[in-house]
Design a protein around this ligand. Structure first.
Ligand code: FES
Length: 571
């Protein structure tokens, strides 16, 4: 690799006189008290996404200081800077709507500031994919550091943690099993510390996939947010950033399709979030690599779910960490991986597994012979209702509903759902299929996590826990149920979903990967001429940009103009 370290001299502000630009830059930064000796060192940028609105990133100021210590000890100058921070519960209308904005912020700030490498510090669901998408497009060497999973709380003597238990407790409250006081007490326990959701939600899934891609120090995914182990990971990340800066070792030069296939294997083996597919597709897309849903399904058929974490199993991320973390999973599926895939350290994944392998007794990572779920946690569906595919997390679904035919009960959008789902007069039975339209990328907009359509109150009170539910939206990785998601094309651009009517029969067979609307082609065609597409197009600002350029789920919901590599951007 060519060594191109130039630190402060990089990307000088264009005044038409580079020497003056450097003189001015150094004069300003000397306001912090730096000497010329320090300013002549390589520069490591550190993106700090701490926000008072984001408890998932509540430890980031401490981690940034630890990363700085690692950078300084390795002989470079660490300089932290902010970008947008996204938290799932503090992002209206939904964090996915803002993911691409954060990716653009990350890319443009990395390109605007002088740095030889960058440490991306994030954690909550959309932040890690946004950072990596932006960093890959910036074409600057980088390494990821995550905040780490939160600790586990205790409610009525049971271990609880965000957010599988949040949904379970809320469902019990809706069904009248828990009181107002119970729910208030639960909310004190579900997020007992800072850090990301403690189950196999999107944040955990992304952290494990990013470590598999080699974009993190080994062990970086699972160390708890509140632990000395996490602080050490941060310091090690600082040292690694200096190494990749010295070598100009840029992930864009060594990540390959094989690296992404390894990440998909891990997504499947851990029973990861359906959101992980969208994000990994978008990340690969920034390199011009196309991850197809067909390939995901193919890999899923011989990759069992082996990690016993909620929502597919019972445990929490701290259990996976105690079991040895990601390497324990990689060891179990070693023969399914491309072991020659490179990592940020310059070593292959195979070498990393060899060096970090663990073998103490544990029960969280099962053997392949004794899995949580026989074949992949995720399945890709096809049929006339989903011409471009849809996804179901079969490992978190009810076995008895994996093959099911029922009558559609249709909601036109989120307002219609809110108005009618708990109506005592709603014509619905436990065997029906709930269909929600217009929550796709353009429809909502931003593809909110509303795919987990609530069980109608009158059925919940009867003890109904699950029904088949279908939408063009997403659901949280922490959720469970027989939920068909990411229907493409979405209703708002005229996908067949838009033309489903109350009472239509729908047939789901996850074993044969089929989702069919049992309506004739002629009838569907006739409906296209009479049923309107409900969509509003914003007139200005980010909303207009989003509406005009967002792609569908199989393309990663990225903006069309950000996909692929632009060789002009070498700065
Ligand atoms: Fe941030 Fe779950 S809300 S990781």
């Amino acid at each position: 690799m060519e060594n191109k370290l130039i630190g402060m001299k990089k990307r000088l502000t264009r005044y038409g006189d580079d020497e003056f630009a450097l003189f001015l830059r150094k004069s300003f930064i000397k306001g912090f008290g730096y000497t010329d000796e320090v300013l002549n060192k390589p520069v490591i940028g550190i993106i700090n996404t701490y926000s008072d609105f984001n408890s998932c990133h509540g430890n980031l100021n401490d981690l940034v200081e630890a990363a700085k210590a690692g950078v300084l000890a390795a002989g470079a100058l660490p300089l932290a800077f902010p970008t947008i921070s996204l938290h799932e519960s503090f992002s209206f209308p939904t964090s996915m709507y803002l993911r691409n904005l954060m990716a653009m912020d990350t890319e443009e700030m990395m390109k605007a500031l002088p740095m030889d490498a960058c440490i991306l510090v994030g954690g909550c669901d959309k932040t890690v994919p946004a950072q990596i998408m932006g960093a890959l497009s910036s074409n600057i060497p980088f390494v990821q550091l995550v905040s780490g999973p939160m600790s586990v709380g205790s409610f009525k003597g049971e271990r609880v943690g965000a957010c599988t238990d949040c949904r379970r407790i809320w469902a019990d409250y809706r069904a009248g099993v828990l009181s107002d006081e119970d729910v208030a007490e639960a909310s004190n326990q579900l997020v007992p510390t800072v850090g990301t959701c403690g189950v196999m939600g999107t944040a955990s899934t992304m952290a494990l996939m990013v470590e598999t891609l080699g974009l993190m120090v080994p062990g970086g995914a699972c160390a708890p947010a509140v632990s000395a182990q996490r602080v050490r990971v941060a310091e090690e990340t600082g040292a690694l950033a200096v190494k990749i800066a010295q070598l100009n070792y840029n992930p864009r030069d060594w990540l390959t399709e094989r690296s992404f296939e390894n990440a998909l294997r891990v997504l499947l083996a851990v029973g990861g979030s359906t959101n992980g597919i969208i994000h990994l597709t978008a990340i690969a897309g920034r390199m011009g690599i196309n991850l197809s849903l067909d390939r995901l399904d193919e890999l899923g058929r011989d990759t069992p779910v082996i990690v016993d974490l909620k929502p597919s199993g019972e445990g929490y991320m701290e259990d996976l960490n105690k079991a040895g973390g990601l390497v324990r999973v990689l060891t179990e599926i070693e023969d399914l991986l491309h072991l020659d895939a490179l990592t940020s350290s310059g070593e292959t994944l195979g070498v990393i597994i060899e060096k970090t392998r663990v073998s103490w007794p544990q029960a969280t990572v099962r053997t392949r012979k004794n899995p949580i779920f026989e074949s992949g946690g995720l399945a890709v569906l096809s049929g006339n209702l989903v011409p471009d595919g849809a996804v179901i997390k079969q490992s978190a679904a009810s076995t008895k509903l994996l093959v099911h035919q029922g009558k559609a009960v249709v909601f036109d959008g989120l307002s219609d759902l809110a108005n009618r789902i708990d109506d005592e007069d709603l014509d619905v039975s436990p065997k029906d299929i709930l269909v929600l339209k217009n929550i796709g990328p353009k429809g909502a907009p931003g593809m909110p996590e509303a795919g987990l359509i609530p069980i109608p109150k009158k059925l919940a009170r009867m003890g109904v826990k699950d029904m088949v539910r279908i939408s063009d939206g997403r659901m949280s990785g922490t959720a469970s149920g027989t939920i068909v998601l990411h229907v493409a094309p979405e209703a708002a651009i005229g996908g067949p979903l838009n033309y489903v009517k109350n009472g239509d029969e729908i047939y789901l067979n996850v074993n044969t990967r089929t989702l069919k609307l049992l309506v004739s082609d002629e009838e569907l065609q006739a409906r296209k001429e009479t049923m309107p597409i409900i969509i509003t197009s914003p007139k200005r600002g980010y909303g207009k940009l989003f509406h005009e350029h967002v792609t569908q789920a199989p393309q990663g919901v990225d903006f069309d103009f950000l996909i692929g590599v632009d060789d002009e951007d070498k700065l």
